[in-house]
Design a protein around this ligand. Structure first.
Ligand SMILES: [Zn+2]
Length: 252
């Protein structure tokens, strides 16, 4: 009820000449496959991994690739932060391959990909698989950051997370509505973003579901639907400014 009232007030406050316009182009999306096979970032499942042969990062990569395909099929320009079973390349040149390279890539797309037709990314979505000490925890979780540079786009990130969550929970159990997780690398994402924990690998039913390729395809299609829905959900005056590429200083 409160939301309805707020929308009513907002529309009433618009002058007649400020009629909303549809966005004229598809978004440019950075798709991040969480983690990477080659290092300690390999998998979050760690202590909660009840099935030793199942790891997060190859599943994340598979879903990310499927998501890239699903978005491309919808006319969206997509860039993957990593193409294979390794950490993202050392995009920021600090001599290390860390999560800093993921945010640097999203914010410096034009510099890193001179052939890109667009000056930056409109949004960033990262694919992960969840894990919990409680084996009954299951379902989809979508989070975002609301502090640091990410605070500039917190409302758009929250709405993006809600759109993706709404799509995924058409077929997957709800875990918790989208919420902010601060203090991680997402704080540096000065653009709309969402981190999707598709299911819990520590839950047997979730695990069996996500191990089927057809279900990973379904998950990817639903995330793509959520992104497209979000992009079309608000008019041009609310379009996020394109990040021009503010480089992050190497840590050393
Ligand atoms: Zn993860």
């Amino acid at each position: 009820m409160a939301l309805t009232a707020w929308v009513g007030i907002a529309l009433a406050a618009l002058p007649p000449s400020a009629a909303p316009r549809l966005r004229p182009r598809p978004p440019v999306v950075v798709v991040d496959a969480g983690h990477g096979w080659s290092s300690l970032h390999r998998s979050y499942t760690g202590a909660y991994n009840r099935w030793a042969d199942v790891h997060e990062d190859p599943l994340a990569l598979d879903i990310a690739r499927r998501l890239a395909g699903a978005l491309s099929a919808r006319g969206v320009e997509v860039h993957l932060t990593r193409e294979g079973d390794q950490e993202p390349p050392d995009y920021n040149g600090d001599g290390e391959q860390t999560n800093r390279d993921r945010s640097y890539f999203a914010l410096n797309l034009r510099r890193l990909r001179p052939q890109a037709s667009q000056p930056g990314a409109d949004l960033y979505v990262s694919i992960h698989l969840n894990a919990s000490p409680d084996p009954s925890d299951r379902g989809t979780t979508v989070v975002y950051s609301e502090v640091g540079p990410a605070a500039e786009h917190v409302e758009e990130s929250r709405r993006l997370a809600e759109a993706v969550y709404g799509q995924l929970t058409r077929v997957l159990p709800e875990s918790a509505p989208p919420f902010a997780v601060n203090g991680l690398y997402m704080d540096r994402l000065a653009l709309p973003h969402a981190v999707v924990e598709v299911v819990f690998l520590s839950n047997w039913a979730d695990l069996q579901w996500i191990l089927k390729a057809e279900n990973r395809q379904t998950a990817a299609e639903l995330v793509a639907e959520g992104i497209v829905e979000w992009w079309g959900s608000f008019p041009n005056p609310g379009a996020p400014p394109r990040p021009e590429g503010v480089p992050e200083a190497p840590r050393r």
